[in-house]
Design a protein around this ligand. Structure first.
Ligand SMILES: NC(=O)c1ccc[n+]([C@@H]2O[C@H](COP(=O)([O-])OP(=O)(O)OC[C@H]3O[C@@H](n4cnc5c(N)ncnc54)[C@H](OP(=O)(O)O)[C@@H]3O)[C@@H](O)[C@H]2O)c1
Length: 265
């Protein structure tokens, strides 16, 4: 059993990691700026919670004290992303190294190292902070979560539509499947091929067009909205159209998109 610190453990992926690590018998501490009440959706029974801020550094020493391994599932959007991913990662890895933390696992995104999209550039800076640290580091690059792909479709709601980016394919994955890979990495495992790789890729079970996934979402959710094809501009659009968000050779045998939609209906 290890003492695992899940940074951002109140978020979507972090909650799944916390539950998975507790289920495997680890002692889990969750760090975030806000600690949830024990009746909140983000509260995982069995975890201990500490308040810490990656950017200011407040609470980080208390959070890492006595920890064997860190799993970083923090997130931020807009201008905050650069602060949390670059500055925050530096603060965390340096504090962790001072306190003798052995291993760190970072949740990143497939293609984060190959895109001019500002959020991906911030993720790439976050990856570098980990790779340059003295910690035994694993970067787990995952494809888009089922929830994320669904959120894209749902952006058409004000128009009575389901948005489907044209020329784009996704390989969506369940956060529970990502959490298994992250906890494997926290335990020192790689991709199951013997050697513990520094960068681990993981994708959902199937690569499918945005249109096909939108149809599955409509069927499963009973939505009567029409599918609106849109061409996504900017660096993110070109990254996705080039297929740099896909890793079919690293597909998990996990929960597919339509089964996930059905499970939520
Ligand atoms: N969405 C996808 O499809 C996808 C795919 C692959 C990888 N990822 C990666 O997965 C990671 C997690 O995403 P998510 O959607 O699970 O995140 P999320 O639900 O937005 O959760 C973010 C977590 O980070 C914490 N946090 C934010 N700022 C912080 C700070 N300054 N100090 C400490 N904690 C802070 C939040 O708690 P507080 O706000 O209380 O601090 C929360 O616990 C991201 O790095 C993302 O790039 C996402």
């Amino acid at each position: 059993m290890s003492r695992v610190l899940v940074v951002g453990g109140t978020g979507l992926a972090g909650r799944a990691v916390t539950a998975e690590a507790i289920g495997r018998g680890h002692e889990v501490v969750v760090a975030a700026r806000r600690v949830p009440d024990d009746d909140a959706e983000s509260y995982v029974t069995g975890a201990a919670y500490v308040t810490a801020d990656l950017v200011t550094g407040d609470g980080l020493e208390e959070a890492v004290d006595g920890v064997d391994v860190i799993v970083d599932t923090s997130n931020a959007v807009g201008k905050q992303a650069a602060h949390v991913f670059a500055t925050g990662a530096q603060n965390l890895v340096h504090t962790a190294a001072r306190f003798g933390v052995h291993r760190a696992v970072l949740l990143s995104i497939v293609g984060a190292d190959q895109s001019g999209y500002a959020y991906y550039r911030a993720k790439a800076a976050q990856e570098r902070a980990y790779l340059d640290s003295p910690l035994d580091t694993r970067i787990v690059r995952a494809t888009q979560f089922h929830d994320f792909v669904t959120a894209i479709f749902d952006r058409g709601r004000p128009l009575g539509a389901v948005l489907a980016p044209t020329g784009t394919r996704f390989q969506p994955i369940a956060v529970s499947d990502v959490a298994c890979v992250l906890v494997d990495a926290a335990e020192g495992g790689g991709e199951g091929r013997g050697e513990p790789d520094t960068v681990i890729h993981v994708g959902g079970p199937r690569v499918e067009s945005a249109r096909s996934l939108a149809e599955q979402w409509k069927r499963g959710s009973g939505s009567r909205r029409y599918i609106l094809p849109i061409r996504l501009g900017g660096a993110l659009g070109s990254t996705w159209r080039a297929g740099r968000n896909l890793v079919p050779e690293h597909a998990v045998d996990g929960l597919g998109y339509s089964a996930w939609v059905d499970s939520r209906a």
